[in-house]
Design a protein around this ligand. Sequence first.
Ligand SMILES: [Zn+2]
Length: 423
Amino acid sequence: MAGSRISTKLLAMNMDTELQKHYALLLGIGSPWEVKNVELKLTEKKVEIELSWQWGADAQCPECGRKCSIHDCAPERTWRHLDTMQFATLIRARTPRADCPEHGVKTMKVPWAEPQGRYTLLFERFAVDVLLASASVSQACELLGIGWETAHEIMRRAVERGLDRRQLEGLKHLGMDEKSFGRGQSYVTLLTDLERSRVLDVVEDRTTEAAERVWQTLTPQQKEAVEAVAVDMWEPFIQAIQKEVPDADIVHDKFHVSKYLGEAVDKVRRQEHKELMAQGDETLKGTRQLWLYNPENFNPEQAQEFAALKDLHLKVARAWAAKELFTKFWDYQEEGWARRFFKNWFGWVSRSRLKPLVEVAHMLKRHLANLLTYLEHRITNAVTEGLNSKIQSIKSAARGFRSFRNYRIRILFFCGKLDLYPL
Ligand SMILES: [Zn+2]
């Protein structure tokens, strides 16, 4: 202990003006701020840099920028800076308080940090990078040597900055989608920019009211630019779009359609499997995935098994064929041809008497006008689906968010494509 105290003293004595200049450069500060003292605390693995204001220089009002006299100095504050060679580096300073004739006594802005920040701008910038690159927030916390709350604060401020700077002109194709939130049956509604693959905002719930609220985060001019919205056949969302962006086309998303058809195929399989098992027939045992996969992705073994199954005149094979056939709908260029195709497909499914499929066919018929809009706009919610895995990892990393606000900040931080940096 005594030894380290001596070495601290020696090091302190070696601090010359060159080193002080070096730190001033590192911190990006200049006159009238200067490095007054650099203290190495070896046992604590800390460097403390004391900054001071050159008296005589004018103070500046943080509100109006006017040059003022100095009233006094605020109490000393500490900011965490980027580590220096694994030494936690802290900045200490007493900030002058300007005496503005208009705004009164105000603590000046400092060039190295945001007004309420406890971290320097460089530290925050680095932290943003580490958070973006880390597999989880807790990993980033560990790397940065900060706590959960601090990480959240840094993300919150970064998102705030990003939203302030964000340009929302020329939004053309948007998507609306829901995501589950927390445990149980809670949902959030997401508005996404399909062209730039980014989440625009998130609101709690998936009601008409919630959907309207997420649209209201845009200005009337921004909404006017929107040409089409990709969305599921979910009534509250459809109503909100019709109210908030009445001139935009609604495009029911082909991935959602394919999901409904897939679920119908699965229902047919389960029912048929039950019937066959009652007669001791295990034909459909363990075939669930085969009917759901895209045949293009089968391995040779699966392809063989599937080819054999398809020829057995099973109900599920007919259901599967109906689903596969429907994918042709999206390839049409002309509405007339697509309508004709749909009519034939619908007739065929109706005659099939496969109840789950007939139900989906009726739903598609009710929404046909907004399926045909796809031919013009060619948009899907694939972007939202792509963001899904990111959002999923945000959710699982946090093990069930307690507060929606935190969840929203995370989604916008990781999926908002915002300019998050303080510098
Ligand atoms: Zn002022």
